[in-house]
Design a protein around this ligand. Structure first.
Ligand SMILES: [Zn+2]
Ligand SMILES: [Zn+2]
Length: 142
């Protein structure tokens, strides 16, 4: 039994070695990239943050800088018109395909998800419904 496990270990080591040989460039590249990141973490994070903010601002400008539904100025998030995406880092996608996105304030954002997911409304139906109502809105109080 001891012998068996030694052999198994040996086999595993061989397997790892083979894997390393086959993916050497990839593995070394990832290692180097990680080391570089660890070394420059603070600076890189700062750059990334500034860049994200800049891109976000650009994306908001491209989409008009106002909530698509109610015209609130902020806070806004970019949103895919089909309701599928509201990740905070979609600014690069917005800049690539601005036609597919709108800006929404938090309360219209809640509205759209309620209508599309709970009431199964389409984007167009949502717009018609929402814009035709006098919606009591958060942004009015601010
Ligand atoms: Zn709104
Ligand atoms: Zn959303």
């Amino acid at each position: 039994m001891m012998r068996g496990s030694v052999e198994a270990q040996e086999r595993q080591r061989e397997h790892h070695k083979k894997y390393y040989q086959e993916h050497k460039n990839d593995i070394e590249f990832r290692k180097a990239r990680k080391q570089y990141y660890e070394k420059n973490k603070v600076r890189l994070r700062k750059i990334r943050k500034l860049y994200a903010r800049k891109i976000r601002k650009q994306a908001e400008e491209v989409l008009g800088g106002l909530c698509f539904i109610c015209g609130a100025k902020r806070p806004l998030c970019g949103h895919k018109k089909d309701g599928s995406s509201h990740a905070s880092n979609i600014a690069p996608l917005i800049l690539k395909n601005p036609d597919e996105f709108v800006l929404l304030c938090p309360s219209c954002h809640r509205g759209i998800h309620f209508c599309m997911k709970i009431l199964n409304m389409t984007w167009d139906a949502f717009l018609k419904e929402y814009k035709s109502r006098e919606v009591c809105h958060d942004s009015g109080k601010r």
